[in-house]
Design a protein around this ligand. Sequence first.
Ligand code: FES
Length: 223
Amino acid sequence: MDLSELFEIAQKERASEKPVQIRCCIAAGCLSANSQAVKQRLEEAVTAENLAETVEVHGVGCMRLCCQGPLVQVERNTEPESLGTLYEKVTPDDAHSIITALNGGKTTVQQGDLTHPFFTYQMPIVLENSGKVDPERIQSYIAAEGYQALYHALREMTPSEVVDAITRSGLRGRGGAGYPTGLKWATVAKAKSDEQSDRKFVICNADEGDPGAFIYGSQRPRK
Ligand code: FES
């Protein structure tokens, strides 16, 4: 696949977006508080209210305020400057009133404040797309410019340029040690290969054992 094919998928995905996007967090914290049932009831309510042409319900990754989950965020493409509406501690029984509120109905579901310093003091870097991308649809990630950096690293940079870029970025692990990623990658790059086959094997631990901790996923904006 080349870059133009990625762009094509991204464009198609963006063009097919419905005017109202409802994001329901289905990451570990909200999932354990029944968000899958919330998502299902939201989808049923969209159908019951004949809104399927204009309203789309997505499951998304963690929206960061796990303690108030399950979280649901409503955004309208017609209001790109607006942060949308955030609903907190949503139960399956709340789903219908969230949908009727789209057309001016009343809802008593608890609303969060997306302008609260908890959100505004954070500058998500590694997690910039968390809470926006549907983890069950790869097109959703591609539409958020996913894989472009990987493409650039694999096709347009040398291995040492990649290690250097990661070292300069200051990226660190998100576990307790916060180990510098550039140092880790430089060590791996220096490893001697098996002399006969000249092959190296990289074993990557892809488990996030500390869900929702965001230890190094975001930081305060620099002045
Ligand atoms: S798991 Fe839903 S907000 Fe973090």
